[in-house]
Design a protein around this ligand. Structure first.
Ligand SMILES: *Cc1c(COP(=O)(O)O)cnc(C)c1O
Length: 401
């Protein structure tokens, strides 16, 4: 028998969403007459914007006509989309070379696939709690992972420790699950640390469109030095409701270079291009047309309306936390509200308690790393009526306490 990749044995079984689903089903079987409100899932609920759907229809018609049909497209994405993305970055003051923009089927694939470009011998620094993909993909490759703790003291925004060396650093800002968002000054510290360590930052900006505070950076390239050390991953999933449509983009600057053991210069941009051309054949034309329409004036307006809708829910939830005196992060520049479990419970105890008493479903923080053990995530991805009702029920947990 072939030898399998035994690093897979080191993956922790992810019980999170299956365990949540199992518990919700048991609740519904036990109380068929009670209503369940789901504020647990990190998936959008609003449909695609009208101009996006129109662009998809038009592109589908093009594909059905001999003179406009398209076969394989460029692996890096069509120019019309790369230019639209560059135009979007220009709107907040970042000038990108279109050759550094790579269109993909989403940020999850790219944050995992980028590990192809790095040797096994690197030390990877990952915040805890965070989106589990970074840990799992590096575990599959057998890389040494060290963690930097997010906690109440640092507001879930861990800062670099000069006494610890790392070669690859993951940053997710605004963060999933904590909703915490780094300032320019904080990201500058990370960039300085990366440059001092000859490290590469892998920056996940999937939630940039939720940033309302104009002082907070939407892209790591708003900070000097990032073009020499940072790769940025973004996606239309949360920005424009593309979780089921699938389109993202990764920016790999030409300034990220390293010397090979034999002295030859290696460029991360060239390597990523080679990797994509070898293993990827591009995003469907229809989807790229839909994605480009998100960056049009009309498309941006629609996307803003979607975000605004979710942020009303985020405010309802965060106002409830404030009112009840519960410690939380997020909810302002993020669709996530991350709060400390009340009554001294851990996150699974609180999950069971809240479900039993109120029928409201959230996500236990333990699923995002050990520092999440006593924390809990609620999401703004629902409608306003359900969110209000969920918070009304949530408040009843505190009556008489
Ligand atoms: C949702 C999400 C993404 C987006 O993933 P896609 O594959 O583009 O849908 C990326 N990073 C984080 C942290 C996310 O929560």
């Amino acid at each position: 028998m072939a030898k399998f990749n035994e690093n897979f044995l080191n993956l922790k079984e992810s019980y999170l969403f299956s365990e949540v689903a199992k518990k919700v089903k048991a609740f519904q079987d036990k109380y068929p007459e009670r209503s369940v409100i789901r504020l647990g899932i990190g998936d959008v609920t609003l449909p695609l914007g009208k101009s996006v759907v129109k662009a998809m229809h038009e592109a589908a018609d093009e594909m059905g006509s001999a003179d406009t049909f398209r076969g394989y497209g460029p692996e890096q994405g069509y120019d019309f989309l790369r230019e639209a993305i560059a135009g979007y970055y220009r709107s907040f003051g970042v000038e990108l070379d279109p050759d550094t923009i790579f269109v993909s089927d989403g940020a999850k694939s790219d944050t995992g696939n980028i590990t192809d470009l790095f040797s096994k011998d690197n030390t990877v620094l990952i915040p805890d709690p965070v989106y589990p993909v970074y840990v799992d993909t590096n575990t599959m490759n057998g890389r040494n992972i060290i963690y930097t703790a997010g906690n109440k003291e640092n507001g879930f925004l861990p800062m670099p420790d000069k006494n610890v060396h790392a070669d690859i650093i993951y940053i997710c800002s605004p963060n999933n699950p904590t909703g915490a968002c780094y300032s320019e000054a904080q990201l500058k510290e990370w960039i300085d640390y990366a440059l001092a360590n000859d490290a590469v930052i892998l920056f996940d900006s999937a939630y940039e469109s939720f940033i309302a505070d104009p002082e907070l950076p939407r892209s790591i390239y708003q900070i000097e030095g990032a073009e020499k050390c940072a790769v940025e991953f973004c996606s239309l999933s949360k920005t424009a409701g593309f979780t089921g449509t699938r389109c993202g983009y990764t920016i790999v600057p030409k300034g990220i270079v390293s010397k090979a053991a034999d002295g030859r210069e290696m460029s991360l941009n060239k390597m990523w291009n080679r990797r994509q051309c070898t293993k990827f054949n591009g995003v469907p034309y229809v989807v790229q047309r839909a994605a480009a329409s998100v960056f049009s004036e009309e498309g941006r307006k629609e996307a803003k309306e979607m975000t605004a809708h979710y942020m009303i829910n985020a405010k309802i939830i965060s106002d409830t936390m404030t009112k009840l005196g519960i410690n939380f992060t997020g909810g302002i520049n993020s669709p996530y509200i991350w709060f400390e479990c009340p009554f001294g419970m851990n996150s699974w105890e609180f999950f069971d308690f809240m479900l039993e008493k109120t029928g409201v479903v959230g996500t236990p923080g333990a699923g995002f790393g050990k520092n999440g053990d006593r924390w809990f995530r609620l999401t703004a991805f629902n409608n306003e009526e359900n969110t209000r009702e969920a918070m009304k029920r949530f408040e009843t947990l505190f009556e008489g306490k």
